[in-house]
Design a protein. Structure first.
Length: 103
């Protein structure tokens, strides 16, 4: 059984040893190019309108943030961490040739 938060980077395997979101975020900030992420096996996040989610140690999540800076600020206020949303919404103009946006 792994912890709900993982320290990840391009050079390390995910280290899913964190039960405290704020501690995971602090350790990620001390590493070069590392981030704290939610462990999908232990804490699945539901998709929402945002590109980023604030996740707390109480396992609550809010995936309504459009940019990392706003998400990170909210995460600090809530003593959590900011993670990439599970299914990021596309950004930009709708594709007029797609089945959903065309005709």
């Amino acid at each position: 059984m792994a912890a709900p938060f993982c320290l990840t980077s391009q050079v390390l395997q995910p280290q899913c040893i964190y039960y405290d979101a704020q501690l995971c975020a602090r350790d990620a900030a001390q590493q070069k190019n590392a981030v704290c992420s939610a462990n999908p096996a232990e804490m699945p996040l539901s998709a929402n309108v945002g590109q980023y989610c604030v996740v707390t140690s109480a396992r609550s999540s809010n995936c309504t943030y459009a940019d990392r800076q706003t998400c990170a600020r909210a995460a600090t206020e809530q003593r959590g961490t900011c993670v990439i949303a599970p299914t990021r919404q596309s950004v930009g103009a709708p594709d007029p040739y797609s089945a959903q946006n065309g005709f």
